[in-house]
Design a protein around this ligand. Structure first.
Ligand code: FMN
Length: 177
């Protein structure tokens, strides 16, 4: 089966992961803000998104492509500050419909954040969030920044993609929701 990577990234870490997964699997990686090929032409999809304020930056785009996503095996890798990552268990709003969450395979990766690169408004909101969280480490990182990007952490995503690539089209799993 053949697939492609579609991602969005604001500060570059999700783009780095998308490019590393592309290198490791031979898939093409496309920023959804540019010209992208038709999703329908692929057998499976790999989607990448950062988490901002608990929500997936790619959520709106995913909702607008729900038909294609629902009909194909789909891996979503999320990139976030906390080790816990994006919660896709229905306990917090992510911007995705529950049916879509149940359909996708999720791999959580950790990103980076540099206060110097943030807009004033973002720095203010993060300061307020830092005050509200009881987790001291998370509070410190929200204010001072962090770099948890780890190339080796793409391995579970690469393994799943490699399995899909090795799957015969005729034997492709039915993927509907
Ligand atoms: C304004 C702002 C809000 C964020 N909110 C969250 C959050 O709610 N949860 C989380 O785990 N990480 C959060 N992060 C961390 C980002 O997910 C992390 O920096 C990620 O690597 C950004 O991806 P990008 O470099 O591809 O844009 C936030 C970062 C910023 C700048």
């Amino acid at each position: 089966m053949d697939g492609a990577i579609f991602y969005t990234s604001k500060y570059g870490s999700t783009r780095d992961y998308a490019n590393w997964i592309a290198e490791a699997t031979g898939l093409g990686a496309f920023d959804i803000k540019g010209n992208i090929p038709e999703l329908e032409t692929f057998d499976f999809l790999v989607l990448g998104s950062p988490v901002f304020y608990g929500k997936l930056r790619i959520a709106k785009w995913m909702r607008s492509h729900s038909e294609a996503i629902s009909s194909k095996p789909t891996l979503l890798f999320t990139v976030s500050g906390t080790a816990e990552g994006a919660k896709l268990d229905g306990t917090t709003p992510t911007g995705l419909p529950q049916q879509m969450i149940e359909h996708i395979h999720h791999v959580g990766l950790r990103g980076r954040q540099s206060p110097k690169r943030l807009r004033w408004f973002e720095r203010m909101v993060l300061k307020l969030m830092a005050r509200a969280t009881p987790d001291k480490q998370a509070a410190r990182e929200a204010k001072q920044g962090f770099d948890h990007v780890d190339k080796a952490s793409i391995q579970p995503a690469v393994e799943l993609i490699t399995t899909w690539q090795a799957t015969d089209d005729a034997a492709s799993p039915a993927a509907t929701y």
